[in-house]
Design a protein around this ligand. Structure first.
Ligand code: LLP
Length: 380
């Protein structure tokens, strides 16, 4: 929802651009803090949005950082996240990235394979340091989300599988430069059915017990992120029900008092505060539909093309006009460059301002310069 002043401001700006409502972001952060009654450690997943202004607000809130590349670790350090609050995950960390993270004494490496344990031990040995590690476990829990953003099934490339545990214990015992501190799980993203998190808790309980029995005490349990947002009603559900989410873990996770619980939330913190603002360039009359051709495309927001994701589209210049059927498309030379098909929207005309909502997560960060497009800008 945009007020008159904001729309007025948009009128004077060149499109396309990302618009972020920092007030909503602040309210979302407050809602998380309110709901977090058990003192869980919250790490913000930078991959969702690494815009410095957004990161600053999140850092000020006292959240840590969850990174998946050396450059994300670098960005987190530059913004001022404490090294002791930075975790680093990813199946393919390069030596350069690992060395950078070791030099910055980050809190923890979430290790995804036995081979990575060996390489990390070697690199830590070269620097004569000890790396804190959490093992990313593949719990084989179905997140019931889009297959491209499901990560916790045996068929996925992520994490260590239970049949490898014996070998992992041996490897850790002989790795003098690794310090085992915990377990890490992440089953997928845009999860709206909370029962997936209940199933995750039940698996974590078993795995946690097994590790303790084997003499490997996980001081830290990191449950990952994945909490979904409402893409169809971004205004009525601007802030996720964080209380119900945390309650699942309160009710189903069995932990020892000395164990710390961590989360890595991305989308549910930043999705609703961002919109991609664009203008209509052309209207083309089709046979069964009309094409509204925008000046923003898959280069600015890839989600619809890549995951057939739905983002609500609003005509800010003619919100109450009579509706017509449109395929809303971008200017890129790809048929998949389409934000929505056969949508009933208020009549569109050249120059109308269009908002593509809920684009604060995995929007700007996934933009590209394909077709040599200009780099997308952010407005606050
Ligand atoms: N932790 C790990 C290990 C992850 O892989 C992810 C996301 C997160 C935390 C944060 O998940 P979130 O709370 O944001 O769901 N580009 C896709 C989403 C990819 C998510 C990748 N991993 C999209 O646009 O839907």
């Amino acid at each position: 929802m945009f007020n008159e002043n904001t729309i007025q401001k948009f009128q004077s700006l060149e499109t396309p651009f990302y618009y972020y409502n920092l007030d909503l972001l602040q309210k979302t952060i407050e809602a998380i803090k309110q709901a977090n009654k058990k003192n869980y450690h919250i790490h913000y997943a930078l991959k969702a949005n690494a815009n410095p202004k957004i990161l600053n607000l999140i850092k000020e809130a006292g959240f840590g950082a969850d990174c998946v590349s050396g450059n994300e670790v670098k960005r987190a350090v530059e913004i001022g996240f404490k090294s002791s609050d930075i975790v680093f995950a990813g199946v393919g960390k390069s030596d350069k990235e690992i060395n950078f993270a070791l030099d910055n004494s980050i809190f923890c490496f979430n290790v995804e394979s036995i081979h990575e344990l060996q390489v990390l031990n070697e690199l830590a040995k070269n620097k004569n340091v000890k790396a804190n590690i959490a093992l990313r476990i593949n719990p084989n829990v179905d997140a019931h989300t889009h297959k491209y953003i499901t990560t916790g099934l045996e068929e996925n490339k992520f994490g260590i599988n239970p049949y490898e545990f014996e070998q992992v214990f041996e490897e850790i015992k002989k790795s003098a430069h690794l310090n085992f501190i915990g377990l890490h799980f992440h089953i997928g993203s845009q999860i709206q059915d909370l029962s997936a998190f209940k199933n995750l808790c039940l698996r974590v309980n078993e795995i946690n017990k097994h590790f303790i029995q084997q003499g490997f005490f996980p001081q830290h349990l990191n449950l990952g992120g994945g909490l979904g947002v409402n893409y169809t009603e971004p205004d009525t559900h601007a802030i996720v029900d964080f209380e119900s989410y945390f309650n699942v873990f309160r009710d189903f996770l069995e932990t020892q008092t000395e164990q710390h619980i961590h989360f890595e939330l991305g989308r549910c913190i930043v999705a609703q505060c961002g919109s991609l603002i664009s203008r209509v360039l052309y209207i083309k009359k089709g046979i069964n539909t009309n094409f509204a051709i925008l000046d923003a495309g898959m280069t600015e927001l890839l989600r619809p093309a890549l995951y057939q994701a739905f983002h609500k589209i609003e005509n800010l210049s003619n919100p109450n006009g009579k509706t017509e059927k449109y395929d809303v498309v971008g200017p890129i030379c790809e048929s998949s460059d389409c934000f929505g098909k056969a949508l009933m929207l208020p009549e569109m005309q050249r120059g109308n301002l269009i908002a593509i909502r809920s684009a604060g997560a995995y929007g700007e960060v996934m933009s590209s310069r394909y077709n040599l497009r200009d780099e997308v800008v952010a407005v606050f």
